[in-house]
Write a protein that binds this ligand. Structure first.
Ligand SMILES: *Cc1c(COP(=O)(O)O)cnc(C)c1O
Length: 434
């Protein structure tokens, strides 16, 4: 197979690499992020065909040009069929407001898409290697479950997830600790920053790397990033959406999801405009409104998967829109919602429209409702299922909620985790001797 597609580093001081190398290495050594050397466009006839296509079939057309040098077509097809083992419906909440429900996957969050695709790509690249690879992940909640579940039972790969004890939701903890098999959960006595530091230190430690092959399932890996552009096609599967002005609002933290949407637009998807929605960590929306960039420390909110002050995918936004403020705001505007208003929004939508939202999706709904124009159709991305944030949702709506039966089964399984302290020594001991 031959392909001209390569991936360059956004820092531009190392040479472009193949899809396989970009996936396996995750990050270029020069501190940038990988980005495709060209963005393939699809023929306009494609949009008229997608209404009857399955999600994996749409995904195949989008992903093939990126992967074709390294993954044969029939393998790519099965990787995508496995990735999209769940539906992504578009739900009309009321009037012109639609929710793109990305939370019907195994861990009830949109990260399932990228995590499953990456896991299957790595499994394919790993199949001729004889040394097992260990994926180390630090998580504050959502990523750990998606990665662990995505890699569960994948041959040749072991996953070790580090999470801060007592600081993730019950359901998130269950998703990491009940899988067993090739997945191990380490319950660290410390906070998320400790977990992240330990993982970084492990990658730099000679005595660990001499003995085992470490890899990361970093959220900026292109195999997690690229497939996220596939579900932006879903609204356009409804023929009446073609020709309308579609505004898409994305609850954002690291800006991986929204930049994947911008990539879909560059490849020819006629999204009218994007709205980046944040919580109190609103440096980017403020910049988009005012043109001035004022960094400030991260604060904790009830939408904690979006508690990011410096989005790591910002450089990809610049690759897609250009670095000039004037060019960026042609494509994306921004808005922010704080916790009190977020809770009001969850309650209001539940009472008025009988629709439950998690605290991340609620920000997408809230900002979209403020910003959407009369002549537009609004779509916001629902990034997680409300049951993952049961306590927050219950306190917002003032009622108790029942966990749906598909999630309930998690509580019947046995929780297994290893408690460790927050030092590299303890992590090393675990990695080398267990
Ligand atoms: C990760 C996450 C986000 C933020 O997505 P980014 O791609 O980092 O912008 C939003 N909502 C939920 C539920 C998440 O898990």
């Amino acid at each position: 197979m031959q392909s001209d597609m390569k991936f360059y580093s956004t820092s531009k001081s190392s040479s472009p690499v193949s899809f396989k190398e970009a996936v396996v290495s995750s990050l270029p050594k020069d501190g940038g992020l990988y980005f495709p050397t060209s963005i393939p466009t699809f023929p306009s006839s494609f949009l008229r065909e997608i209404s009857s296509m399955k999600l994996w079939e749409i995904g195949f057309q989008i992903m093939r040009p990126y992967c074709e040098g390294d993954i044969p077509s029939d393998t790519l097809q099965s990787i995508l069929e496995d990735t999209f083992c769940f539906d992504i419906p578009l739900n009309n909440v009321h009037d012109q407001i639609h929710s793109l429900e990305l939370f019907h996957g195994p861990t009830f969050a949109f990260k399932d898409v990228g995590a499953r695709f990456l896991a299957r790509c790595l499994a394919y690249f790993q199949k001729d290697e004889n040394q097992e690879v260990t994926i180390l992940v630090a998580t504050s909640g959502d990523t750990g479950g998606a990665v662990a579940t995505g890699f569960h039972n994948i041959p040749g790969v072991r996953v070790v997830v580090l999470y801060p004890t007592g600081k993730v939701s019950d359901l998130q903890e269950r998703q990491m600790t009940t899988l067993g098999g090739n997945i191990t959960a380490l319950e660290v006595s410390g906070d998320f920053d400790d977990c992240q530091r330990m993982v970084k230190e492990a990658f730099l430690d000679r005595s660990i790397n001499d003995k085992i092959k470490l890899s990361s399932a970093n959220s900026i890996n292109i195999a997690r990033w690229l497939p996220q552009s596939i579900y932006y096609f879903v609204p356009f599967q409804q023929p009446e959406m073609l020709g309308r002005k579609i505004a898409v609002c994305v609850p954002s933290g690291n800006y991986g999801n929204i930049t994947a949407g911008l990539l879909a637009k560059k490849s020819g998807l006629p999204i009218h405009r994007f709205i980046a929605a944040s919580n109190a960590n609103d440096i980017v929306p403020r910049y988009l409104k005012s043109g001035s960039y004022e960094p400030k420390p991260t604060v904790a909110t009830i939408s904690n998967a979006m508690d990011v002050s410096l989005p790591s995918n910002y450089v990809r936004l610049q690759e897609l829109c250009g670095e000039e403020y004037q060019n960026i705001i042609k494509e994306v505007s921004g808005g922010a919602m704080h916790d009190a208003e977020n809770k009001e929004t969850m309650k209001h939508v539940y009472q008025q429209h009988d629709y439950l939202m998690d605290p991340h999706s609620a920000i997408g709904y809230g900002i979209l409702s403020e910003e959407v124009q009369q002549d537009e159709i609004g779509v916001y991305l629902s990034t997680a299922h409300y049951c993952k944030f049961k306590d927050v949702v219950e306190s917002a709506i003032g009622e108790s909620i029942t966990i749906p039966s598909f999630a309930d089964t998690l509580f019947e399984k046995e929780k297994k985790s290893f408690a460790i302290g927050n030092s590299l020594e303890e992590l090393k001991d675990f990695l080398l001797h267990r």
